[in-house]
Design a protein around this ligand. Structure first.
Ligand SMILES: C[S@@+](CC[C@H](N)C(=O)[O-])C[C@H]1O[C@@H](n2cnc3c(N)ncnc32)[C@H](O)[C@@H]1O
Length: 265
């Protein structure tokens, strides 16, 4: 690759540096329903050590912090971690430590990242940015104790070729560090390949305004998003539940929560 070609991680760093302020208060990222479902699934315990991967401005780390001994929260974008640290100080949270790292390049034999010390590894709304998803999953599983839980929540697509292709295209136009939002069957395959067994897999849908795709996006990409939506047949519109409400278009966005246990051997 040419030295000047930005990597997926370079693109993520640029996108999230520019949008860091938005994530502090983003309704989608502070959604208490989603965060409390994650806590309910994991059943965190007072002695636990948790690793939160791609923590962004820390919302998932903060949701688990009250229930566990400590949380290490990593992210590759310094600007996101600055906001996360600020929120921790504002809220008086003292058991979350933030660290700048790429999930694909976690150090070995590091004092923070001893293998197999974490009871729970969480990763919310970020896996669709990882350049090598299987490597990232393998790294998250390496950090878990045997029997520990990997808890993922992310954008997803149903097992439908049209919806898969159009939603992945729209999300790439929204954010060019987007790699792929995966189907439930792909999550199952990847987690089993990493030596885990799935204990919970729940797909859920949020009906969201078009502005969630077009806000803070360059005009040329916004016009491509509009072009795609205008070109859809009635049947395709129905598959996305595309409707107009009070003058704004809304459509389905698919998500998945999946919890998997690392094998005991
Ligand atoms: C939407 S935000 C995460 C939201 C956060 N997990 C939450 O629950 O609110 C996505 C984050 O993924 C981070 N990210 C993307 N690729 C990464 C990688 N390879 N390693 C670590 N962090 C990454 C970005 O810097 C960004 O902060």
């Amino acid at each position: 690759m040419n030295e000047t070609t930005p990597t997926t991680e370079d693109r993520a760093r640029a996108v999230f540096a520019a949008r860091a302020d938005l994530y502090v208060t983003s309704a989608a990222h502070t959604d208490p329903q989603v965060l409390s479902r994650l806590v309910e699934i994991a059943q965190p315990q007072p002695g636990w050590r948790v690793l939160d991967v791609a923590t962004g401005t820390g919302h998932t780390a903060f949701a688990f912090a009250p229930y566990v001994e400590s949380v290490v929260a990593i992210d590759l974008t310094p600007e996101m971690l600055v906001r996360a640290q600020g929120l921790a100080e504002d809220m008086g949270v003292v058991n979350v430590r933030f660290k700048l790292d790429d999930i694909h390049e976690l150090p070995f034999d590091d004092e923070t990242f001893d293998d197999e010390v974490y009871d729970l590894v969480t990763c919310r709304r970020a896996a669709h940015h990882f350049s090598d998803i299987q490597e990232a999953i393998d790294e998250m599983v390496r950090m878990l104790k045997p029997g520990g839980m990997l808890l993922i929540d992310d954008r997803s697509v149903p097992e439908d070729k049209f919806v898969d292709s159009v939603m992945n295209r729209l999300d790439w136009l929204h954010d060019e560090s987007h790699v792929r939002q995966y189907r439930p069957s792909e999550w199952q395959q990847m987690l089993e390949a990493a030596g885990c067994s799935i204990v919970v897999s729940e797909q859920y849908i949020k009906h969201r305004p078009l502005s969630s795709l077009t806000d803070h996006v360059a005009a040329e990409k916004v016009s491509q998003i509009h072009g795609i939506l205008h070109s859809l047949s009635v049947e395709e519109q129905q598959k996305l539940a595309l409707v107009e409400i009070d003058g704004e278009q809304y459509s389905n966005h698919w998500y998945i929560t999946v919890a998997a246990r690392k094998s005991l051997e």
